[in-house]
Design a binder for this molecule. Sequence first.
Ligand SMILES: [Zn+2]
Ligand SMILES: [Zn+2]
Length: 121
Amino acid sequence: MAIMDYLMTHRTHPSIDEIYLALCDEIPTLSKTTVYNTLKLFVENGAAQMLTIDEKNVCYDGDISIHAHFLCKNCGKIHDLPARLTELTSLGDKGFQVNEIHEYYKGICPACAQAPEEKMN
Ligand SMILES: [Zn+2]
Ligand SMILES: [Zn+2]
């Protein structure tokens, strides 16, 4: 599956549009609906996770380990961060079985913080 391949080799948390644009040359029969439906299937089967950190643009992550995400409001990139696993463990002690976490942070990433003027429009 080209879509799964793309997701596994691009750890940039691509959106449906990004995946579609990257693969439509290679697979001329591909439609956005196919991309959407395939990703939905991955998420349902636990092969990928859906990120709603950017409310205008749902993104997908082929890394299903539990981790937090940071959205840079300047460049729009999503970075992986470690989740607060200590709190998770205490949830487990209370009998909650957590298999999905959406821990979102928003702000300015280190690269943008270093050169803020260059990237601002
Ligand atoms: Zn940034
Ligand atoms: Zn991620």
